[in-house]
Design a protein around this ligand. Structure first.
Ligand SMILES: [Zn+2]
Length: 309
């Protein structure tokens, strides 16, 4: 960035733009009596390391490791949970150095062949492949391959038939998230009887299934999960049951139970009475787990629901 090295053809800020790095203005702490400051252009440390990393990935002989080692200690702390994309780059840096994917630079002219005309290894082990339309023409595409590049297994997006979770096959983190979510989602997609519900059902079936602001927290949680399932299935924008339903006096829900006392579905009503009108209720949603649809659960309760709402 030093001006003596500035070339009129080279604009540093344009180079930064390619890597989506922005320059910021900083200043020294103003004196108490000062009413103005001098500002300087600066790059955040993590963005500076990102820039070095990107140039290194393009085959330039740069030692980014040194700067990563300076910054990394601030990232190892577990308390840091949110990462910017630049920070993520160097969190992975040591693990993936020289193993990253190809970098491909294009010209805007059309390339007719997909076979490289020439390829050579540079001293740090990077392999450059040149793509031209024929031997004597200018290079239209350049592929830069890292020294330890290995073709990684193709990552495919797959949707789990049981829980509907969309995950990336071949990616360990994604499989981990899926296993966790799978178990959670099956609790309403393929429900087992809940002991606490079985106890309530012994007293009064209709009251056990009814959920209002005075109901226990576990019932609101069960309602919320079904509202969430409904939202997912119909791609709505929001979940129509509050996590903390205990504060909502206008909402009434029903948790429908099957023969074994398992919760097979739910529905929610909301008081739609406006001032000066007579009592009016709206049915917001009804959801049943896939295996229990068209099994007469709603028909059995329809009369009761109509009378009540
Ligand atoms: Zn699943």
């Amino acid at each position: 960035m030093d001006s003596p090295f500035d070339d009129y053809r080279f604009h540093f800020d344009e180079l930064l733009k390619i890597f989506e790095i922005s320059l910021e203005y900083v200043s020294y702490r103003p004196k108490v009596i000062a009413s103005g400051v001098s500002s300087f252009e600066a790059i955040r440390p993590e963005n500076f390391v990102l820039l070095l990393n990107m140039l290194e990935r393009m085959g330039l002989q740069i030692n980014t490791q040194r700067f990563v080692e300076i910054l990394l200690p601030t990232f190892v702390a577990r308390s840091k949970t949110i990462f910017s994309s630049a920070e993520l780059e160097f969190f992975w840096y040591t693990k993936y150095r020289y193993k990253t994917d190809d970098i491909i630079l294009f010209s805007d002219k059309p390339l007719l062949s997909t076979e490289p005309i020439d390829a050579f290894k540079i001293s740090n082990g990077f392999i450059l492949s040149l793509y031209k339309n024929d031997e004597n023409q200018e290079t239209l595409m350049l592929r830069i391959r890292a020294p330890k590049y290995r073709k990684r297994p193709q990552i495919r997006r797959v949707v789990c038939d049981d829980c509907g979770f969309e995950c990336q096959k071949g990616d360990p983190e994604s499989s981990f998230l899926h296993r966790k979510e799978h178990k959670r989602r099956l609790s309403w997609l393929k429900p087992d009887p809940l002991p606490i519900m079985l106890l309530e059902l012994q007293k009064d079936r209709i009251e056990a299934e009814h959920v209002s602001f005075i109901s226990s927290c576990w019932k609101h949680k069960e309602m919320y999960n079904r509202a969430l399932a409904f939202k997912r299935e119909f791609h709505n924008n929001f979940v129509q049951w509050s996590h903390n339903g205990k504060e909502d006096i206008d909402a009434h829900g029903f948790l429908f139970t099957g023969d074994k006392g398992e919760i097979v579905g739910a529905c929610a009503f909301r008081n739609r009475t406006k001032d000066g009108q007579h009592q009016r209720w709206g049915l917001l949603w009804i959801w049943f787990c896939p295996n229990e649809r068209r099994n007469g659960h709603l028909a059995k309760r329809w009369r009761m629901l109509r009378l009540r709402f």
